[in-house]
Design a protein around this ligand. Structure first.
Ligand code: ZN
Ligand code: ZN
Length: 158
């Protein structure tokens, strides 16, 4: 699907496909770099500025958050940066990290204990970053639930 042929009406917010005439009309203008182009919306009939419809993501969506590296927790770790100091926190088990390197260390530790945990992360410039959800085993949550508790009950992990 060629996304330039799909537009979104600014008035009725309908996404529509440009007809042949509209495609012929906008293609040379876009090629010239023109940004402000008026076309008619087939849904509501009003003139609307040509706005490219959003392109569907090409690859599978990448999770922006880390899988929580605490044993028995299959939650997600978010970077909370609206607060000072910023920290990483897991909404499921409540663990908190103030130092990025401590979160990184804990990821390395859980991976060496449970090899399937490695599928949740990948390496980038010597750091662990969130991996692709598709690479996790289908029974990830079940596996995690069977882990032994880590015997560390402080919520602040470092
Ligand atoms: Zn419309
Ligand atoms: Zn957690």
């Amino acid at each position: 699907m060629d996304s330039i042929n799909n537009a979104r009406c600014q008035l009725c917010k309908e996404t529509f496909e440009l007809d042949a005439k509209q495609q012929q009309f906008i293609a040379p203008l876009l090629a010239k770099g023109q940004r402000f182009i008026m076309i008619e919306c087939p849904s509501c009939g009003s003139s609307t500025q040509y706005v490219k419809a959003e392109q569907p993501p090409i690859t599978a969506p990448q999770p922006a958050n880390y899988r929580c590296p605490i044993s028995q927790c299959a939650g997600w770790v978010d970077l909370i940066d609206e607060q000072s100091p910023p920290f990483w926190g897991c909404g499921e088990c409540g663990s908190v990290w103030y130092e990025r390197k401590n979160l990184q260390k804990e990821i390395t530790a859980i991976m060496s204990l449970y090899p399937y945990r490695a599928s949740s992360y990948k390496q980038l410039n010597g750091d662990w970053i969130p991996g692709s959800l598709n690479s996790e085993p289908a029974n990830y949550e079940e596996l995690v639930a069977k882990e032994s508790p880590d015997g560390h009950d402080e919520l602040v992990r470092g």
